[in-house]
Ligand binder design. Structure first.
Ligand SMILES: CC(C)(COP(=O)(O)OP(=O)(O)OC[C@H]1O[C@@H](n2cnc3c(N)ncnc32)[C@H](O)[C@@H]1OP(=O)(O)O)[C@@H](O)C(=O)NCCC(=O)NCCS
Length: 143
């Protein structure tokens, strides 16, 4: 019987410990998302990163949020067509109207998705807004 061994760099294993085991979103990268060399466009990853972190912020804020700042998105490894990409998120801090979310992006490579590669990590600031699009206080858990 073949064992499903995972190959995760120790530094990434440590980083993953700070996040929920389940990613907020996970996507398989398709040829339409790539350039002619088969690498995925950074903008595609940014778009999913925005989506995943906004879900985390929305749940914490309890109301509509908009993306205010994306901090330091440094792509440290390319993403390839066929990679299964996970976006792990967590709330770093909250203010009166803002929620800061951290995200760790990991590519799972190979037929068994057992080779894990860190793609990037970043911090995104969201602002909760009212119906007029003006900053509004984030809700408490009982609101
Ligand atoms: C988000 C928006 C409503 C905020 O307006 P604003 O005038 O900056 O609001 P404020 O100055 O009152 O700041 C609101 C919160 O954001 C925080 N904030 C503002 N700029 C920040 C920055 N550069 N870094 C970190 N936090 C910031 C403030 O500290 C405040 O947080 P707090 O209430 O928890 O203390 C307005 O900038 C906007 O509509 N931007 C467009 C958003 C959007 O469409 N995003 C998608 C892009 S396609």
């Amino acid at each position: 019987m073949t064992k499903n061994r995972t190959c995760t760099p120790p530094s990434l294993e440590l980083e993953l410990e700070d996040y929920n085991p389940d990613p907020t979103i996970r996507v398989v990268m398709m040829p339409k998302d790539s350039n002619y060399m088969g690498f995925i466009f950074g903008g595609v990853i940014l778009s999913y990163l925005d989506l995943a972190t906004s879900e985390e912020a929305l749940v914490r804020a309890g109301r509509r949020v908009v993306t205010k700042v994306m901090r330091e998105v440094d792509f440290i490894a390319p993403v390839e067509v066929g990679d299964w990409v996970s976006f792990f998120t967590r709330v770093k801090s909250t203010g009166r109207t803002s929620v800061v979310v951290e995200v760790l992006v990991v590519a799972h490579r190979g037929e068994r998705r057992s080779d894990l590669v860190k793609v990037t990590s970043a911090e995104v600031v969201f602002v909760a807004v009212d119906d007029a699009g003006k900053p509004a206080p984030i809700m408490g858990p009982d609101d």
